[in-house]
Design a protein around this ligand. Structure first.
Ligand code: FEO
Length: 152
């Protein structure tokens, strides 16, 4: 339903803004990170404090969020493999662990655990920004130094 995906406020706020300091210098990855932050902003914009509304919105978008996250991780993992990044296994584990945490959260909410959309949005925001700053930067630094870096 349209009403499920429209922001609660008529003026959607940008709660977390893209900063050039997040840029890794790989356009496809930067674009996907911006896409992830857009999802986070949409989640914040639907945090009305009314659990029924939040639950309806969450159910409507969470699969799309998960598919986007999986697509993004897959993009990075292919780049790391293709460019023989030595930290691949550890990085992939961080991705796999995060996917499991999100999937468990979805199951818990489905089983009736209280959903606070703002809390969930904050969790995603913190994980994404920390992961970019501490983990994604590792392959970015490696790619910058690689004389044979390839995107495809
Ligand atoms: Fe951009 Fe490793 O996720």
């Amino acid at each position: 339903m349209m009403s499920n995906t429209e922001p609660v406020s008529s003026k959607p706020k940008e709660h977390v803004s893209w900063s050039d300091s997040y840029s890794l210098g790989v356009k496809i990855v930067d674009d996907q990170h911006k896409g992830l932050l857009n999802f986070v902003n949409e989640l914040f914009n639907h945090a009305s404090g009314k659990e029924d509304e939040e639950r309806t919105y969450f159910k409507a978008v969470i699969n799309e969020v998960l598919q986007y996250v999986k697509m993004h991780f897959s993009t990075e993992e292919k780049l790391m493999i293709m460019n023989k990044f030595p930290g691949y296994a550890e990085h992939k584990k961080a991705h796999d662990d995060f996917k499991l945490v999100v999937i468990k959260s979805v199951k818990d909410f489905d089983s009736g655990e209280k959903l606070v959309l703002e809390k969930f949005a904050n969790f995603l925001k913190d994980w994404i920004l920390t992961h970019i700053a501490k983990v994604d930067t590792q392959y970015a630094e490696y790619f910058k130094k690689s004389p044979t870096f390839k995107l495809t």
